[in-house]
Design a binder for this molecule. Sequence first.
Ligand code: FES
Ligand code: FES
Length: 211
Amino acid sequence: MEGKPEDDGGDLTRRGFLGGTGAALVVAGVPTLGGVGVEEEGVSTQLLEAVPQTAIRVTVNGTEHRVEVEDRWTLNEFLRDHIGLTGSKIGCNRGECGACTVLLDGEPVYSCSTLAVWADGREIVTVEGLERGGDVSPLQQAFMDHNAAQCGFCTPGQLMTATALLDRIPQPTTGEVREAMVGNLCRCSNYNAIVEAVLAAAATSGSGGAQ
Ligand code: FES
Ligand code: FES
């Protein structure tokens, strides 16, 4: 029928075009390593087995883990995908937003931009580690009391950075809070409430409560 690309009699029918595109996509989708196409059989197994791995020992929220990690895993991948701690979020995945912040030996780090192997022998605290005996930390309570979470996506990272601040400076000034939190972006622009919550937590507890 006239108008149906399949039947237009030309060399390039729609069905033929889509078939060709599909083939092209399959080829484009084949992973490569070092410029070598990975085949279904044989070579792929060899290359996958060649991914370097390292045995690490880390303490996460007080629990020791001895695990074999691929050297390419980020700390966030390790935490979320391999030990099930999904509290730290991925926002930008390139060290800009702070949603993935966790504490590494008490210091806030972007877990999207930190390799899991770099954490070997070190102590990690995630947002799940702020809870004590089923109770939220004073900082978490202050976030709730001051509506510091709107959509909440940035909140785990905000909490970890603020926790590190309060552990270091129990009674920070407003300026010190703002300065400490500068690496944690909030797309809801809820910055005033976040600063209020941190100051309120400082007034009630004077500690972030990471430990
Ligand atoms: S997800 Fe890590 S800094 Fe944005
Ligand atoms: S509360 Fe929505 S991104 Fe911060």
